[in-house]
Design a protein around this ligand. Structure first.
Ligand code: MGD
Ligand code: MGD
Ligand code: MO
Length: 767
């Protein structure tokens, strides 16, 4: 049996595994934050920068999309926000000399961690066809190259314009405007891999693809269900909201295959009391099997209906009949499906006990105001859309949408991913949005749908897309089926990345490639009309300004809006009807246009000047109005699905460690899970280990099995026996993306099913 990592391991990691922890944040988190930040920024810059994160006059944390409270602390950031800031505000630099010393072939052998640690990009760089090294290039020449390649295409639809979710509202609005004026809706974004399933399910059922709660609702709730989310790592500031909710008497149910430390106990670093004792958060932990959530909510719905109809009267009123009669559609069909839910099947699908579910039901019935929060644990499965629709059914049944303390709360990832969508970054734009664009700008935007992420990879692979342009992100590392995707990317004529830091996507290029270095959130943005700010929208629909204060990492950087404006002028030329020059000079003029095109942004410039910004309208939340096809909130009745495992296989979820931001690796530790100094770790249940003969500490290859018969392999993972649900394994993304088949996606949303990959574990070959 192999007991050492295989030779030639690209990351050179040697994971050590100890017991997982049971509480998050507190003193160790503060020490860790300062150490990481000072390593990148030095002491003075660390203090200056961290104190303006999320302040009313400061910049929006480039970490997650969790909203800021009305009364802010001096230190309104978390450990992982500080890491995100430190990564951007680092003093390390990737200069033309660096590229001269490192051919692309060398960069392609480096780990994502190594690439990221090299620092901030300082110059526009160009890789000519057949070239071995990136060379410095002027901005003008860079835009000419893009112009040449786009002009050489047979149709605008041969270009693809990807967006990652850090892009500001202003930049996103210009970017989609440019793509549409060029003539394409090929605007895939990271959302396609993230909350697309939430957007699909919510638009259909409540009429808007966004969450219906505000921060104060969490504080008022009686019951908060957190399903498929690890806030201790990915949304640490949410723990303060959960703590406050608990202090107000709320109960919390966590639904997760893993016992996540942050949900067990929170030691609030902002209060002395919290630092010492900490607050227990979870009242009931439902250790569900991967993909069992739809079955769980379906059965709860059956039980709520049964309680309502019971003779004893205990559950009388469990169903909000008035709300259902007045505001919903499809109740009868849904109720029939719910009544047919089967206990045994649910226990199989979820791996839970009858007692677990009955206890959850008691808590549900005792709550007058319920919120369900979720993230990637619900969105990245084949049946994610019906799963989230079942969550909506569950809330509608008791009238838990559109009143204080209740509602749906999909917790977004990237800090402006929700805003980018609002600004029109979407491959399937609504006709009303295109009409408004046409009216304001006087050109006819294309109406056919464009490529989402998975379809863009298909198009590149098949030669239907030739120019790939990315506004941020790390496309080849974040997307599924790494080998297939990388081969597809190499077929492009030109790949362009607007980036702050070096990453894998710069090393896997088309025939020609450009790196366009840009300002980050923390940096001062000076344009013709003076210092500019940008705006973002958080996970709860609050829009506010973000102002960087630091000197830019290099004098050669352009802001994202400036890059789009210059690109548009070069590509669209004299024919363009849009005042790109004016937009670049003064972002207020962009906001004036947004105000005229996008509902809810009326008087944008004046309202965003208000400290803390403003809240976008949300019809279901504000007035219990549901702008769906039926004009009502829609109950749905999809068949229950759950993953079925062939004998001897495990279901693998690919998730985040505590030391990463998506494909940006901050370090090699996952402190709360007890894992240190390595990322090639697979967590499995000890009983599965014994059954399959896979010892703790041994090394295995993960082999994914999919109906196309192709064997996808990720070699050399250290096994950690871990308290995950039986049959369920977990390993970090992006290392495991090689295992996710390109076509294994969620129905309707087409999101890669990266939380339910069927794998077998093979002992790694010893050398
Ligand atoms: N520090 C940091 N912050 C981040 C990010 C980061 O990488 N680092 N990424 C940002 C982004 S883009 C996003 S989208 C969010 C992601 O935030 P999360 O969704 O919290 O991220 P994941 O690590 O993917 O964790 C998924 C959680 O779902 C659970 N889970 C997996 N499968 C199932 C299932 O079938 N059912 C249930 N009930 N649970 C399941 C996992 O055990 C895990 O706890 O975080 C954002 N914030
Ligand atoms: N297997 C698996 N795959 C997944 C997931 C999973 O859970 N499992 N999660 C999916 C999810 S939820 C998401 S959101 C995607 C993330 O996909 P992406 O958003 O594409 O990936 P990131 O790693 O967030 O992108 C990091 C890069 O963004 C650039 N960057 C950082 N800040 C800025 C900025 O201000 N401007 C610009 N222009 N560039 C900047 C840097 O160069 C950095 O290297 O991955 C998805 N892929
Ligand atoms: Mo995400």
């Amino acid at each position: 049996m192999a007991t050492k990592p295989p030779k030639g391991d690209p990351v050179q990691d040697a994971p050590q595994v100890a017991e997982p922890q049971h509480a998050a944040a507190g003193l160790p988190a503060i020490g860790h934050t300062l150490r990481v930040a000072q390593r990148q920024m030095g002491v003075k810059r660390t203090m200056l920068t961290l104190l303006s994160v999320n302040q009313k006059n400061g910049f929006d944390c480039p970490g997650c999309a969790w909203p800021e409270p009305e009364h802010r602390h001096k230190a309104e950031f978390c450990e992982n926000g500080a890491k995100a800031v430190a990564e951007e505000a680092t003093l390390r630099r990737v200069t033309p000399e660096f590229f001269a010393a490192h051919p692309v072939a060398d960069l392609a052998t480096r780990s994502g961690y190594w690439l990221g640690q090299q620092g901030r990009l300082t110059h526009p760089m160009f890789l000519p066809e057949g070239g071995t090294h990136y060379e410095p290039v002027s901005w003008e020449r860079a835009f000419d190259i893009i112009g040449e390649e786009i002009a050489a295409c047979d149709s605008p639809d041969e270009s693809v314009f990807y967006t990652s979710g850090r892009t500001s509202n202003e930049a996103a609005f210009l970017y989609q405007l440019f793509a549409r004026e060029l003539g394409t809706n090929n605007l895939p974004d990271c959302s396609n891999m993230c909350h697309e399933s939430s957007g699909s399910a919510l638009s259909e059922t409540i009429g808007i693809g966004k969450g219906s709660v505000l921060l104060e609702d969490l504080h008022k709730a009686d019951l908060i269900i957190v399903a498929g989310q690890n806030p201790g790592t990915n949304h640490p500031r949410m723990l303060s909201a959960l703590e406050k909710a608990k202090a107000g008497g709320a109960k919390i149910i966590s639904v997760n295959p893993l016992p996540e430390a942050g949900l067990e106990k929170f030691k609030n670093p902002q209060t002395p009391q919290g630092m010492i004792k900490g607050a227990a958060l979870t009242d009931l932990f439902l250790q569900i099997r991967i993909g069992g959530d739809q079955a769980l909510f379906r059965l709860l719905n059956k039980l709520i209906l049964a309680a309502h109809n019971s003779a004893s009267g205990a559950g009388r009123g469990a169903v909000d009949e008035d709300f259902i009669a007045e505001h919903t559609h499809g109740y009868e069909e849904f109720a029939a499906a719910a009544r047919a839910a089967d206990w045994d099947e649910t226990l199989t699908a979820t791996g839970l006990t009858r007692a677990d579910i009955e206890q959850a039901l008691d808590m549900v019935l005792a709550s007058r105001r319920t919120i369900v929060c979720w993230a990637m644990g619900l969105t990245q499965h084949k049946h994610s859309v019906p799963t989230i629709r079942e969550v909506v059914n569950f809330l509608l049944l008791r009238g838990n949408i559109g009143r204080p303390g209740a509602g749906v709360c999909p917790v977004r990832g990237h800090s402006n991913v929700q805003g980018d969508r609002t600004m029109g970054i979407f491959e399937r734009p609504a006709p009303a949005f295109l009409d408004a664009l046409e009216k304001e700008f006087g050109f006819a935007p294309p109406r056919e749908h464009g490529y989402d992420v998975v379809r863009a990879i298909h198009a590149l692979r098949d030669g239907r897309a030739k120019v790939f342009f990315a506004m941020g992100g790390n496309f080849v590392a974040a997307t599924p089926d790494t080998d297939v995707t990388e081969a597809a990317m190499r077929r492009a004529r030109l790949t362009v990345h607007v980036s702050t830091k070096l990453n894998r996507s710069h090393a896997v290029t088309g025939a020609r490639a450009l790196i366009l270095p840009t300002l980050g959130r923390t940096e001062r943005d000076l344009q013709g009309a003076g210092e500019q700010f940008v705006t973002v929208e958080d996970s709860m629909g609050m829009v506010h300004a973000s102002r960087g204060r630091l000197e830019p990492a290099s004098a050669h950087l352009l802001s994202e809006p400036a890059i789009v404006c210059r690109l548009a002028r070069r590509v669209l030329g004299e024919n363009s009807v849009t005042p790109w020059e004016e937009f670049e000079k003064d972002y207020a003029t962009i906001r004036d246009r947004i105000a005229r095109v996008i509902p809810g942004f009326e008087d944008f410039n004046a309202r965003v000047a208000h400290p803390g910004g403003f809240t976008l309208p949300h019809a279901p939340r504000d007035e219990r109005r549901f702008p769906t096809a039926t004009g009502k909130a829609n109950f749905t009745a999809a068949p229950v699905e759950y993953p079925r495992l062939p004998e001897g296989r495990l279901l693998l979820q690919t998730l985040r460690s505590h030391d990463q931001y998506n494909t940006t690796i901050y370090g090699l530790d996952d402190r709360y899970r007890g894992i240190r100094n390595g990322r090639r770790v697979v967590m499995i249940n000890p009983a599965d280990g014994r059954r399959l003969g896979i010892a703790d500490g041994s090394y295995v290859d993960l082999v994914s099995e999919w109906k196309d018969g192709v064997e996808r392999r990720a070699p050399g993972f250290r096994v950690a026996h871990y308290p995950t649900a039986p049959g369920c394994a977990a390993a970090y993304y992006p290392e495991t993306n090689v295992l996710v088949p390109l076509d294994a996606t969620a129905d309707t949303s087409n999101t890669p099913a990266s939380k339910s990959v069927v794998v077998r574990l093979e002992q790694s070959a010893t050398d």
